[in-house]
Design a protein around this ligand. Structure first.
Ligand code: GDP
Length: 364
């Protein structure tokens, strides 16, 4: 599951993407990840892993990872084929969620494609391209569905939904802004529209504004107000600083962040926000060999979670021995937690929770 980084030219996308690849996780450890020049793999920060490592004296730590896809080149007119427009739009179709970088820094040396800094106008420009592209898809599908409807009356609901979405798109409204019932949501998924993809806005601010999280930056204020209406999250970063931080080792990074008055880097915050935007959580495994975070979709049951480690674990699943991270840490060891009855035996129907420390029992 990838996130796509989009934004107008000169807003700081490449700078952010460089920070991502610099900070990059060892891709050898993540065989599911794509290795392409425009894909960056980055670890998901998780403070629990080092605590578990110390507890188990583990040899290595493997955090979860997510992939960012650099979709540079989206410009006004992309949906009409400007630049390599349609190609970029088709890349966005492949990602699960969108990270939209918006310029909120002033710098007279760096030109803005539309002459001045104005995040809401920039958002509208990009969103309209996504909307136009969706409108094309929806109109084609309406024609097709109208024909098919003659022989398959079950398509009536789909056609109605298509028309509802088309009406909004024609008004310049993103499909994600509409309300849907459960049935509609299921059908909508099959359309794979760009303007329904979940979105995070990244406000790229100047170096001297990061420590205050952009609260005194009028552009960020406007962006936050706008995003609230879309129930989208805003992450304030300075891409330039992130690129510098990404070159440092862990100790230097902590020192640099302290100097800036920050607890976490902007990239770490972005990665965490992205992980939850994708609806992902981590369960953990811990032993002397390694401590590891495994990525699952929220709502995954124990056998499905076991299957992330190995398909045999899912097929031969017997039960899971589960202890919540919090309980484990409170009692200092697995044995102590067990004595307190906090290590639970869970079966096939158990829905795995974020931070569960699990040992699977299975038949081979
Ligand atoms: P892209 O076209 O969106 O990929 O933008 P780039 O990442 O290439 O950035 C465009 C220019 O803006 C470059 O000269 C960057 O050094 C500069 N830039 C990017 N982020 C920041 C920032 O946070 N502050 C300042 N002052 N300049 C930045």
């Amino acid at each position: 599951m990838k996130l796509g980084i989009v934004g107008l030219p000169n807003v700081g996308k490449s700078t952010l993407f460089n920070a991502i690849t610099q900070a990059g996780a060892e891709s050898a450890n993540y065989p599911f990840c794509t290795i392409e020049p425009n894909v960056g793999v980055v670890s998901v920060p998780d403070y629990r892993l080092n605590i578990l490592r110390d507890m188990h004296k583990s040899e290595r730590v493997l955090p979860a990872a997510i992939e960012f896809y650099d979709i540079a080149g989206l410009v006004r007119g992309a949906s009409k084929g400007e630049g390599l427009g349609n190609k970029f739009l088709s890349h966005i179709r492949e990602v699960a969620s969108i990270v939209h970088v918006v310029r909120c820094f002033e710098d007279s040396n760096i030109t803005h494609v539309d002459g001045n800094v104005d995040p809401l106008r920039d958002i509208e420009t990009i969103n309209l391209e996504l909307i136009f592209s969706d409108l094309e898809v929806v109109e084609k599908r309406i024609q097709k569905t109208e024909k098919l409807l003659k022989s398959d009356k079950n398509l009536a609901a789909e056609l109605e939904l298509l028309k509802k979405v088309a009406a909004a798109l024609e008004e310049g409204i993103s499909a994600r802004a509409l309300e849907y019932d459960e049935n509609e949501i299921e059908i909508l998924k099959t359309f794979n529209l760009l303007s329904t993809k979940p979105i995070i806005y990244v406000a790229n601010v100047s170096e001297d504004e990061v420590s205050e999280d952009g609260v005194n930056n009028p552009y960020v204020q406007k962006l936050r107000e706008f995003a609230k209406g879309e129930e989208a999250e805003v992450v304030v970063i300075c891409a330039k600083i992130e690129a510098e931080i990404a070159e440092l080792d862990e100790d230097e990074k902590q020192m640099f962040l302290e100097e800036l008055g920050l607890k976490q880097s902007g990239l770490d915050r972005l990665v965490q926000a992205s992980y939850s935007l994708l609806g992902l959580i981590s369960y953990l495994t811990a032993g002397p060999k390694e401590v590891r975070a495994w990525t699952i979709k929220k709502g995954t049951k124990a056998p499905g979670a076991a299957g992330k480690i190995h398909t045999d674990f899912e097929r031969g699943f017997i039960r899971a021995e589960v202890v919540a991270f919090k309980d484990l840490v409170e009692h200092g060891s697995h044995t102590a937690a067990k004595e307190k009855g906090l290590v639970r035996l869970e079966g096939k129907e158990y829905v795995v929770q974020d931070g569960d420390v699990i040992l699977f029992r299975f038949n081979v």
